[in-house]
Design a protein around this ligand. Structure first.
Ligand code: GUN
Length: 290
């Protein structure tokens, strides 16, 4: 079993990005500038946005964090997005999800300028990706592809089972794994909460991408010997042995599954860090295009 080490891989990618930005600036190019929008004070969202902003600083990107109270209206938030769309200094816009219930994430995402959609959530971005046209890739699936590339894991002809059908992870992951590209050319099955014979299907998987949002959902009895395990989940569970009283676990029962796997991503220290790499690569690309 080999750990797919998000700490090491993301450090490698970030050092490449840092060099590229230095060169871009030295050649008179634009400093990539990411705007992050955070509504409310959900602790997980605070942590994610904080680490995106810190990564910008680390790489020599500019960043702007816009914070709004939970009672901001949808119309007001759309106005703020429009300001960012028009602001020529901004290359990438990310609106951290989830948003409060009175704001439609679809409406907000649809109003982001697709040329600044570095999260890869806009319908135009996802439509282009679906058709195999050049586009930003959704940050998490992009990060997973970067991880597979780094370890020279070829998924051609392999059976990849994606568990979870969200617009931002599961569904785009199935498209990217099955497209005629590298990485790609896998045979893909999409499973979700209503799948009846999940275990039967996962037992035939060469690769499992777990993105269902349920702690320790994938257990060893669901996994074929030698499978590659990509765990997208970030779930906080109670743990009385920790000072904080909680700890993070993935959608995979790591201790149970790891001995059976050929490769596995840990949580934390796996896919989460790769998502930020995907986002940063998209932001650099946006700056080049702008
Ligand atoms: N919420 C959970 N994951 C993400 C992400 O990758 N981007 C944004 N904007 N919100 C999220």
């Amino acid at each position: 079993m080999q750990i797919l080490d998000g700490v090491a891989v993301s450090a490698h990618i970030k050092s490449q990005l840092k060099q590229e930005v230095e060169q871009l600036k030295a050649n008179g190019g634009k400093t990539p500038h990411l705007a992050a929008v955070l509504v409310g004070n959900n602790p997980a969202s605070e942590a994610y946005v904080g680490s995106k902003v810190r990564t910008c600083q680390e790489l020599g990107f500019d960043s702007t964090l816009l914070r709004f109270d939970t009672d901001i209206t949808e119309a007001q938030l759309l106005e703020e997005v429009q300001k960012l769309n028009k602001d020529k200094s901004i290359d990438g816009i990310l609106v951290q999800l989830p948003l409060p219930d009175h704001i439609s994430p679809d409406v907000v995402i649809n109003n982001i300028d697709p040329s600044k959609d570095v999260d890869g959530f806009h319908p135009i971005t996802q439509g282009k990706m679906l058709l195999g046209q050049k586009s930003f890739l959704p940050a998490t699936p992009y990060g997973i592809l970067l991880m597979l590339e780094h370890y020279n894991i070829d998924v051609t002809g392999k059976h990849c089972v994606v568990i979870g059908r969200s617009n931002i992870v599961g569904t785009p992951m199935t498209i990217l794994l099955s497209r005629n590209a590298n990485p790609g050319n896998a045979t893909v099955t999409l499973c979700h909460s209503k799948t009846k014979n999940l275990k039967e299907i996962t037992l035939t998987a060469d690769v499992i991408v777990a993105a269902i949002g349920r702690p320790k959902y994938v257990t060893a009895d669901m996994v074929k010997e030698g499978a590659i395990i990509i765990d997208v989940g970030i779930n906080r569970i109670a743990d009385a042995t920790r000072k904080s009283g909680t700890r993070l676990v993935g959608d995979v029962d790591y201790e149970d599954v790891a001995p059976k796997s050929s490769y596995i991503t840990p949580v934390p220290g796996g896919v989460g860090l790769m998502t930020i790499c995907g986002l940063m690569k998209n932001t650099l690309e946006a700056a080049k295009q702008h």
